[in-house]
Write a protein that binds this ligand. Sequence first.
Ligand SMILES: [Zn+2]
Length: 245
Amino acid sequence: MGAFLAPFARADERLPGPSPAPVMKTAHESAAMPNADAMREAENVLRELKAGNKRFRAGRARHPHMTVARIRETARGQHPFAVVLSCADSRVPPEIFLDQGIGDLFTVRVAGNVANTDEIASVEYAVEHLSTPLCVVVGHTRCGAVTAVVNGDKVSAEIAHLVQHIGEAVEKTRKHKPALEGSQLIEESVRVNVWESIEDLTRGSETIAGRVHQGRLKVVGAVYNVETGAVDWMGTNSGALSILR
Ligand SMILES: [Zn+2]
């Protein structure tokens, strides 16, 4: 972690004076960071998350930042280096499969990793007030929410509202790849649903769209495999971000 941590000053070094910064209200110095540096930071963060998943899969997880000292350090202010939007599924905990610890990831979890108003606002908070340089939207294989939509299962009005965006993803998948069915249709819909959420994030927040447009925020898609523990990094879909052009 040594080399990786270099771009991220210790929390107490960022603070202007001895008084502790309130949690969730710290001004992040990289807010004024030149765009090229912000993108380099985003690439460093992405590299570390990829390395973390490799460690996890290989049984060599380091479980970083889990100490009492880390709790005390982060109590003075949080500086997460990535915001992660992922499914609430119990098999898909981002801190564990990316081998990160306390204060590292600003995590938003909701069934089907959809981006409705609350999720968009949460991601926007991390991006704007914590100047997080990287946003990862993570879907996963065998997702119950996506499966329910593909199968047309009867659900309550609340769940129907929750999964409305997944319906759009499944529709797009059926339209573009009509030959797919069963588990193949579900797995492809999971991927399309990730792009759908990225599109909803940028379409639903001027702040998020603005930061991407200015080169101050990188948004990438990924799918976690619940059978192998591996993350399939999908990169940035220019189509999903077409609204910015
Ligand atoms: Zn799921």
